[in-house]
Design a protein around this ligand. Structure first.
Ligand SMILES: Cc1cc2nc3c(=O)[nH]c(=O)nc-3n(C[C@H](O)[C@H](O)[C@H](O)COP(=O)(O)OP(=O)(O)OC[C@H]3O[C@@H](n4cnc5c(N)ncnc54)[C@H](O)[C@@H]3O)c2cc1C
Ligand code: SF4
Length: 488
């Protein structure tokens, strides 16, 4: 019997299609569980419907309330292992045959072999990434890394260019919406009015690729015009340049319409043909076959309870209304208001805004890490469960006490001032920690250290910051000020 392959959002490209009959289900219930950014709901629905149109008569396409309405009682299905614990449970509970997952460069089996060989050593990103380069030959010259170096971080990480409004690189590729998008928009409006979904954020034209053909165009534009500038400014931010030199490819990769191997091969080809410097290409490849694959594999390795059961810094502050409703207008911290405005408008911000502006803010104020993970998942167009464990719980909130990162990613306003142009337009001063112009990140940094000091005392990498805290002449006043600070 030829089985019908049931594919999920996350498996919507050719890599998940071996030519047989297919099943696609658009479940309304999946959108109605929680408040969700409109742009996120749009890219998922648009991608599913475009895929159904592409597959034509080879697909059974159902638009229903729940998956169960279509799959319960069937014994002719198969799946490629889906991307969340919840979905994996659902398919296994129904006894559906499961093929190994796809869509990543390092398979779960390869990761298990690598992790199993580590003994007691930490599962470090750098080691994982180098092993993947050796295994795949990507950016390798024989047994040596291309250019003789594994890591070009020192060439990257430049601050935003002083006085520049934008990086001046080519525009990203932008999609043109079609009738399918119009249908999605109309359905979302209707579902919202009928209370079937709770949407937040702007309704603006779709900005992310949702089909394989669109993803190819987005990739070509990035490689051709933007990749050379990616590396130096990957950690910088400019008020008037919301994309900087980022690729905007997380959405098509996470939808499964763009194969990450194709992306890194294209980046390597740009280096080999002299069209992009190795430092930028390596920095970009590191994000995908390093970070993306690492985060994916650790999601499974760390186990399902990792996300919600880790809270070593005892962070229990509920998310404020400004986060929940994406109400950026009254936020006083310029960097945070600008970033949240971007999230409201697009359901996206670039990496350093997620980490240094939003994550750092939440860490300092002790937002509940599980609630924050859920928020990132629902409010970002590329939000998926597997991304949250390492990025939010581990890296950004240090809720696991050092499993993923050896110290919390906390920084004061001085670092934000160095890497961005936000402070010039702010009513606060990044150098001031006390008084009406005290920067909430600078003062918040010290108040955070004061609060979590007992939990971090044994951490060698925190010895210097904690010594700085001990020397702080106005420590009590700063802590009291931040405790009483109202609003964001
Ligand atoms: C708090 C926080 C939340 C995040 N939430 C998400 C999320 O929901 N979905 C998501 O895909 N990424 C997430 N990231 C990672 C990263 O910020 C986004 O992948 C990136 O900003 C997407 O924009 P881009 O495609 O232009 O990326 P680029 O800057 O162009 O990077 C290229 C690609 O590298 C991959 N990548 C880079 N860093 C990471 C990382 N840390 N983890 C996983 N993949 C990475 C992405 O696939 C990305 O498309 C998060 C990071 C942090 C710190
Ligand atoms: S002064 Fe502080 S709050 Fe204002 S933009 Fe700079 S870092 Fe952000």
């Amino acid at each position: 019997m030829q089985r019908v392959r049931w594919v999920f959002a996350g498996q919507l490209g050719p890599e998940f299609d071996d030519g047989g009959p297919m099943l696609l289900i658009e479940s309304r219930a999946a959108f109605g569980r929680r408040r969700m950014h409109r742009a996120k709901a749009h890219v998922i629905l648009s991608s599913i419907r475009h895929r159904a149109a592409e597959l034509g008569s080879r697909v059974e396409f159902h638009q229903v309330n729940t998956y169960g309405e279509v799959v319960d009682g069937r014994d002719d299905l198969e799946v490629i292992d889906p991307t969340s614990y919840q979905a994996r449970r659902a398919v296994r509970a129904r006894g559906i045959p499961v093929l190994p997952s796809r869509g990543f460069i390092t398979s779960e089996a390869d990761f298990a072999a690598w992790a199993g060989g580590r003994g007691q050593r930490r599962l470090l990103l750098e080691d994982f990434y180098r092993a993947a380069r050796v295994r795949t030959g990507i950016l390798m010259d024989g047994r040596e890394p291309a250019g003789g170096q594994w890591n070009y971080d020192h060439d990257n990480r430049e601050p935003a260019p002083k006085g520049a409004l934008t990086l001046g690189v080519d525009e990203p590729w932008w999609p043109e919406e079609d009738d399918i998008d119009a249908g999605v928009r109309a359905d979302l409006d209707r579902w919202h009015t009928e209370g079937i979904v709770q949407l937040v954020g702007d309704d603006v034209p779709r900005r992310f690729a949702v089909t394989p053909a669109e993803a190819q165009l987005a990739l070509d534009r990035f490689i051709g015009g933007r990749l050379p500038t990616f590396g130096p400014f990957e950690d910088a931010a400019l008020t008037d340049d919301w994309t900087m030199a980022h690729s905007l490819l997380s959405v098509p990769m996470n939808l499964g319409v763009l194969d990450p191997r194709q992306v890194v091969d294209a980046a390597e080809a740009a280096y080999r043909s002299g069209n992009a410097p190795l430092s930028s290409v390596e920095g970009f490849v590191r994000q995908i076959m390093g970070w993306r694959d690492y985060v994916w594999n650790l999601y499974w390795h760390l186990g399902e309870p990792y996300r919600d059961s880790n809270n070593v810094l005892r962070a229990t502050t509920p998310l404020p209304r400004e986060f929940v409703e994406l109400d950026f207008a009254t936020i006083q911290a310029n960097c945070l208001r600008h970033t949240m405005h971007g999230v409201h408008e697009r359901g996206w911000s670039h990496h350093i805004q997620r980490l240094m502006i939003i994550g750092n803010w939440a860490l300092q104020r002790g937002y509940d890490p599980a609630a924050l993970s859920q928020w990132f998942m629902d409010m970002f167009v590329d939000g998926t469960p597997w991304v949250m464990a390492v990025n939010v719980v581990g890296m950004s909130q240090h809720a696991d006490g050092g499993v993923v990162a050896t110290k919390p990613y906390a920084s004061g306003g001085a670092y934000i001032d160095r890497m961005t142009d936000y402070c010039a337009g702010c009513r606060f001063n990044p150098k001031v920690r006390l008084g009406p112009t005290a920067c909430p990140y600078t003062a918040g940094y010290w108040a955070f250290l004061d609060r979590v000091e007992p939990a971090l005392r044994g951490n060698q990498r925190m010895a210097q910051p904690l010594a700085g805290l001990a020397r702080l002449s106005d420590r009590e006043a700063v802590v009291a000020q931040e405790r009483q600070r109202e609003g964001l």
